[in-house]
Ligand binder design. Structure first.
Ligand code: GDP
Length: 424
């Protein structure tokens, strides 16, 4: 059985915890898109970990963790996380890196930084991890596949070709020092022996794993609204965040993805720029941010304060539609226990008209939230393990959201720990 765990919103929905939890029964966990630009926070018996590049199953000694071709593979990050995992007590993490995955090159990070500086106040709020330049190169066919490390002549030729184009931009657009192909070659080659033991033909491996009926988890990064096709373009990321892309970025048959567990948080938060209709500000936002402290409301990768808002039914319904949600996991409900009443965004008012359909970006910029207020439960929900034991107000909150998004909430998370979970 193949399951995908993906986000309904802007990322940071709590996918890491749900993945880590489900990874306990998974034979294989796969990262199929994105790179080190976002992080998962995982809290388990070994401690608290921020993972950026590693699949969330690395803490289970029996799970094989695959970096799929869809990933922007940042080797220094990978090496750092590998050491960090080993130091934490996992002696022999089982990892496979697709031999076709492309390498996030040092110049991708530089170009990301230069471009954000050039855009000045019009920037996209990039994490400057090189993600956009990486995927641009991939689709322009000037990228470098990891298998090229084993064919030095081909690698050198490809680096020279990339540098030829990049040096024109560096000289004339960014006014920065030119790239030296030999230096880049030496740098990436220095990693070859470290990654070599993990590189494999993951397509064949997965083909056989599917035939054998293995439990496979696809682990998404960010959320549906950051998808470059269907999200809040151009304030999106550069690879597809949708479960459907899991088939591509991992190399699996699309019809075998049976469950799409779509994660959404009981309130909203977002890092980066872009329209965020249910956003709140000032003390109201700060209170929610601090209460959500356990929920890491200071970006796992960037450490910058997240933008906060109320639950957005319009955006989440759209996110669930795009993901093809079979199950919705509602996380961090415990955070809302301090509120007398809880606002929920149930519609967008655009030019005097109310809609529940998620609009295109120019319209989204004009949308104002239509809020409904639900009674709060005013108590601590942590420790509760059965849905029926939740206070009636909390159940009403879950059921109200479920009705408005139109997808079944089958998992409710009431704390950051792996076992703080309620199945419905
Ligand atoms: P991801 O990118 O979707 O994996 O989200 P992150 O892992 O970056 O952020 C989720 C944060 O919420 C982490 O700090 C988790 O420990 C935390 N978290 C997850 N579920 C819950 C929950 O039910 N309650 C609380 N309080 N925190 C949670």
């Amino acid at each position: 059985m193949i399951k995908a765990i993906v986000g309904a919103n802007w990322g940071d929905e709590g996918k890491g915890k749900i993945t880590d939890m489900l990874a306990a029964d998974a034979d294989i966990v796969i990262r199929f898109q994105g790179g080190s630009n976002a992080g998962h926070t995982i809290i388990n018996d070994y401690g608290k970990f921020a993972l950026h590049q590693m699949p969330s199953g690395v803490f289970n000694e029996n799970t094989v963790n695959i970096i799929g071709t869809g990933v922007a593979f940042n080797i220094p990050y990978f090496v750092k996380e590998l050491n960090y995992i080993k130091e934490s007590g996992i002696k022999d993490p089982k990892i496979m890196i697709s031999d076709r995955v492309q390498i996030l090159m040092p110049y991708h990070v530089d170009f990301d930084t230069y471009e954000e500086a050039r855009l000045a106040n019009k920037q996209f709020g990039s994490t400057k991890s090189g993600i956009a330049p990486f995927y641009s190169d991939k689709y322009a066919k000037t990228g470098i596949q990891i298998c090229d490390l084993f064919y030095p002549e081909i690698l050198m030729e490809r680096i020279q070709n990339a540098c030829e184009i990049k040096n024109v931009l560096l000289e004339n657009l960014y006014h920065m020092p030119k790239l030296d192909p030999q230096k880049i070659f030496d740098e990436v080659m220095s990693y070859r022996d470290i990654v070599a033991p993990y590189i494999a033909n993951t397509e064949e491996y997965l083909f056989n794993a599917v035939k054998e009926g293995k439990n496979i988890l696809l682990e998404g990064q960010l959320g549906a609204l950051k998808d470059p096709d269907h999200g809040i373009y151009p304030m999106t990321t550069s690879s597809s965040t949708l479960a459907g892309f899991g088939a591509v970025g991992a190399g699996l048959p699309p019809h075998k993805i049976e469950k799409v567990i779509t994660v959404t948080k009981a309130y909203s938060s977002s890092v980066g720029a872009g329209a965020f209709v249910s956003e709140i500000f000032g003390d109201e936002a700060q209170e929610l941010r601090v209460r959500g402290g356990d929920a890491g409301e200071f970006g796992a990768t960037t450490g910058r304060p997240r933008r906060m808002g109320w639950f957005d039914c319009v955006a989440t319904r759209y996110g669930c539609i795009l993901q093809g949600a079979t199950d919705v996991a509602l996380t961090a409900i415990d955070v809302l226990g301090y509120l007398d009443e809880i606002p929920v965004c149930v519609g967008y008012e655009i030019d005097g008209e109310v809609t529940t359909t998620f609009p295109v970006t120019p319209k989204l910029e004009k949308a104002k939230p239509v809020l409904e207020y639900l009674p709060g439960w005013k108590c601590n929900l942590r420790g509760i393990t059965k849905y029926e034991e939740l206070p009636v107000e909390a159940r009403n909150y879950v059921e109200f959201i479920e009705k408005h998004i139109g997808f079944p909430i089958t998992i409710v998370s009431n704390g950051p720990k792996r076992n703080e979970i309620i199945y419905r």
